[in-house]
Design a protein around this ligand. Structure first.
Ligand code: AMP
Length: 176
């Protein structure tokens, strides 16, 4: 712990050695402020609202506790991350794959503009983490083969301020 009781390492935040090593291998040696604030309560199963600028390590602030818990009980679709754009969704997939490489984490991207049937088939195979945009996810959940989400442990609304705008309201409401 640091001088004011603030955790200064990923280990102090409650993460396992394998994940600390994965962070280090990716050049993440010290948690950023948003990671210091969000990771411990997320690991304790609390609801968390985080607010920080782009580039402050927000993605890892939710990806790391998800991967930590997933490593202990990798069963069913474990986490669903909703984000407003396809580009953000693709970046989140990359971070989960990089941080979760040691777990061979299976991540599924569910966004508009890509083959919906393929995405449905992938969801049937129960990936660990699903990263989606609201419209496509709502379409699939409304379709003939809704994904099995009964084992879901984490729901993330990334860029929540944008997701709560009118354009997404119906889809977000439906998914949640
Ligand atoms: P984000 O704010 O999630 O878009 O992250 C911005 C960039 O910061 C990404 O490339 C991350 O890999 C990187 N990053 C996240 N956490 C840390 C950290 N604790 N130390 C160094 N880089 C980090």
């Amino acid at each position: 712990m640091g001088v004011q009781g603030v955790a200064s390492t990923f280990r102090d935040l409650g993460l396992s050695n394998w994940i600390v090593k994965s962070c280090r291998a990716l050049g993440m040696n010290k948690p950023t402020p948003i990671q210091q604030s969000c990771i411990p309560p997320a690991l304790h199963g609390r609801n968390v609202i985080g607010s920080a600028l782009t580039g402050s390590g927000k993605t890892a602030a939710f990806a790391l506790p998800i991967l930590e818990k997933l490593s202990k009980n990798p069963y069913g679709i474990f986490a669903l991350v909703i984000t407003p754009t396809r580009e953000l969704a693709a970046q989140i997939v990359e971070q989960f794959q990089a941080l979760g490489a040691k777990l061979s984490v299976r991540v599924c991207l569910v966004v508009g503009g890509l083959d919906m049937m393929k995405q449905s088939v992938e969801l049937d195979r129960l990936p660990h983490v699903v990263i989606c945009t609201p419209g496509r996810m709502a379409d699939i959940m409304n379709g003939a083969r809704p994904p099995k989400l009964s084992k879901l442990k984490f729901l993330v609304l990334d860029e929540a301020d944008r997701l709560f705008e009118k354009t997404f309201a119906r889809d977000i409401d439906f998914i949640v």
